[in-house]
Design a protein around this ligand. Structure first.
Ligand SMILES: Nc1ncnc2c1ncn2[C@@H]1O[C@H](COP(=O)(O)OP(=O)(O)O)[C@@H](O)[C@H]1O
Ligand SMILES: [Mg+2]
Length: 342
C-alpha cells in the first residue's frame, strides 16, 4: 500500500491548527476543578497613575472573573503594587475607573465597598509589641467580626501553635509575619482578596504552603484572589487567570490555559534514515534546533502509530519519537517581546 506514495501529513490526520487539549493542556484543565464564574469580581477601565512625568500605570484594564485566582505578573517596578493600591483607595488614580464586586468605586462608597475586600499590600503592617492574636483582635474589632474568626484564620495560616500564644510579633520571622498578614486579610472571609507578592520573604516550605492555600481559597471560601508576583513559575502554579504587566502596561490577560495553548506543540523524530522519512511524511521538516531530528506538528496516538508503521514498512527505523511543547517562558517571551524572562 505504501509504494511510492508520499504520506501527506493531512492524510495522516495531522491538523495544521495548533493543537489544544494535548497531554499538557489536559493536565492543566484538570488542575482547577473549580471553574471561575463569568461575572467579574474586579474590572478597571483605563486605570492610570502618573507620578510627575512618569506614567507608572498606563491605561490598565483588568478583568478578574469571580472565583478566579488571578495572577498579576510583572517584573519589579512594572506597576503591580500601584495598581493594587488604586483598587484599595491607597493611591488616587490619575485617570480611569474601577468596579469592585459589581460596584463602581467612588470616593463616597469606597469604605463600604472595601469592607468586602481583604488585602496584603507590600509588607504586612502589624504592631510588633503585640502577639498575633492581639494584632488580629484589633482587626476583628474594627470590622465587627466574631471572636471565632481569630482562631479560624490563625489555623488556616498555621500560626495556631500554642507556643506562639505569648510570642510578640516583633520576634516573628519575616515568613511568620507574612502569614500573619495573610491571616489579617482573611478575617471575615471577604469575597475578594488582594495579595501583593505574598510569598516574598518565605522559605521554600512556606512558599509551597501559601501557594497551596491561595489555590484553595476560591473553593474553600468562595473567594476571588488577585495575587501579584514577579515569578512566572509561581503564577503558573497558583493561578487560573493571568494579567501580564510591563512598564505600566498590560501586555496580555486571559485564562492561563489560553496562554499555554499559544505555545507550539510538536513531535521530534529521529530515524535511521531521516532523508527518507522526510520524503514519506510530507508535513515533516528538519528540526531547526537539532539537525539529527525531524519535526512534525503534534498528532494524536492513532496517527502517531500509523506514522510509525508507515516508516517501518519502508524500512525506516524510529530511534526517538518525542513530544515537545513550548515552555510557558517561551510563550511569555514571544508575547511580551522581552529578551529575557522575569
Ligand atoms: N509614591 C511614588 N512616587 C513616585 N514613584 C513611585 C511611587 N510609588 C511607586 N513609584 C514608581 O512606580 C513604578 C511602579 O512601582 P510599583 O507599583 O511598586 O511596581 P511593582 O509593584 O510592580 O514592583 C516604579 O518605577 C516605582 O519607582
Ligand atoms: Mg510591588
Amino acid at each position: 500500500m505504501v509504494g511510492s506514495v508520499m504520506y501527506p501529513v493531512e492524510r495522516l490526520g495531522i491538523s495544521s491548527e495548533p493543537r489544544r487539549g494535548g497531554a499538557g493542556f489536559a493536565r492543566r484543565a484538570t488542575n482547577t476543578s473549580f471553574e471561575p464564574r463569568d461575572r467579574m469580581a474586579v474590572t478597571t477601565t483605563g486605570l492610570t497613575k502618573r507620578y510627575g512625568d512618569a506614567c507608572v500605570v498606563d491605561r490598565v484594564s483588568l478583568a478578574v472573573p469571580e472565583r478566579a485566582v488571578y495572577g498579576f505578573l510583572g517584573p519589579n517596578g512594572a506597576g503591580k503594587s500601584t495598581t493594587m493600591k488604586m483598587l484599595l483607595g491607597l493611591a488616587h488614580p490619575t485617570e480611569g475607573s474601577a468596579t469592585i464586586l459589581g460596584t463602581p468605586l467612588t470616593p463616597k462608597n469606597r469604605l463600604e465597598v472595601l469592607r468586602h475586600v481583604g488585602s496584603l499590600i507590600e509588607s504586612p503592617s502589624c504592631y510588633p509589641h503585640l502577639t498575633a492574636r492581639e494584632n488580629l483582635e484589633i482587626v476583628r474589632q474594627l470590622r465587627g467580626l466574631p471572636k471565632s474568626e481569630i482562631d479560624e484564620v490563625l489555623k488556616i495560616v498555621r500560626l495556631d501553635d500554642p507556643s506562639l500564644r505569648r510570642k510578640r510579633v516583633g520576634n516573628y520571622s519575616l515568613g511568620m509575619r507574612q502569614r500573619l498578614g495573610i491571616a489579617a486579610a482573611l478575617m471575615g472571609k471577604p469575597p475578594l482578596l488582594l495579595l501583593d507578592e505574598p510569598t516574598n520573604g518565605l522559605d521554600p516550605s512556606g512558599i509551597h504552603e501559601i501557594r497551596a492555600l491561595i489555590k484553595d481559597l476560591p473553593r474553600m471560601f468562595d473567594m476571588t484572589v488577585v495575587v501579584s508576583s514577579h515569578l512566572l513559575s509561581e503564577v503558573d502554579q497558583m493561578a487560573d487567570h493571568v494579567g501580564i504587566i510591563r512598564k505600566g502596561q498590560m501586555v496580555w490577560q486571559g485564562p492561563l490555559a489560553d496562554l499555554h495553548a499559544r505555545g507550539r506543540h510538536w513531535i521530534a523524530l529521529r530515524t535511521t534514515d531521516n532523508a527518507h522519512a522526510l520524503e514519506l511524511l510530507s508535513g515533516a521538516q528538519a528540526d531547526p534546533d537539532d539537525a539529527s531530528y525531524l519535526r512534525i506538528k503534534a498528532v494524536d496516538d492513532a496517527v502517531a502509530a500509523r506514522m510509525s508503521l508507515c516508516l517501518a514498512e519502508r524500512g525506516v527505523g524510529i530511534i526517538r519519537m518525542e513530544e515537545h511543547e513550548d515552555s510557558l517562558e517561551d510563550i511569555f517571551l514571544a508575547i511580551t517581546g522581552m529578551e529575557e524572562t522575569l
